[in-house]
Design a protein around this ligand. Structure first.
Ligand SMILES: [Zn+2]
Length: 169
């Protein structure tokens, strides 16, 4: 029982993503890209959020594959620029950023530790509408669109604070 409890529950999609990075021959490029944060949630990297999908390098040309959290996400242009700048700092100046739309991004790519950091940042995770300020589960949806289209705006009925929730996708 104790052994089973120590195994972290991880969605299969996230597990597959982690395996891809672990088995990549370009692990150092993945490591460099940990410095690229989500422009809207600066405490989380594009890797944490499952936006960074793959990295490859051939004859000095780096190809980075990203999947937007939803089609047309305005943050993607900023993220692509940040990826190019990050790799340029490390001496890679031939970088292509490709958007992959299939399979579509899913909140299953966000693991438990990232969800915890989202809450600490004041954003409820996709699987709970619990107030990140006071922990109350007595909350109401104010708007399906919060500060960005991938978040809904909720309000806590206990402490009356509004907060964003990452929508389940
Ligand atoms: Zn509250």
């Amino acid at each position: 029982m104790a052994a089973a409890a120590s195994i972290p529950i991880m969605p299969e999609a996230r597990f597959a993503l982690n395996q891809r990075r672990q088995n990549s021959q370009f692990a150092e490029l993945f490591d460099l890209l940990d410095a690229v944060k989500d422009p809207e949630i600066p405490v989380l990297s594009i890797w944490d959020l499952g936006i960074l999908q793959d990295v490859a390098c051939d004859a000095g040309r780096v190809e980075v594959t990203i999947t937007p959290t939803y089609s047309g996400c305005p943050a993607m242009a900023q993220i692509a620029e940040d990826i190019v700048a990050c790799l340029a700092d490390a001496g890679y100046d031939n970088v292509d950023v490709t958007q992959r739309l299939t399979p579509a991004w899913t909140t299953d790519w966000i693991d438990a530790s990232t969800r915890k950091r989202l809450r600490e940042y004041g954003i409820a995770g996709p699987d709970s509408a619990v107030c990140p300020q006071c922990g109350s589960s007595d909350t109401s949806v104010i708007s399906e669109f919060g500060s960005t289209s991938c978040k809904a705006l909720l309000r806590c009925n206990s402490c009356l604070e509004p907060f964003d929730q990452f929508k389940r996708l």
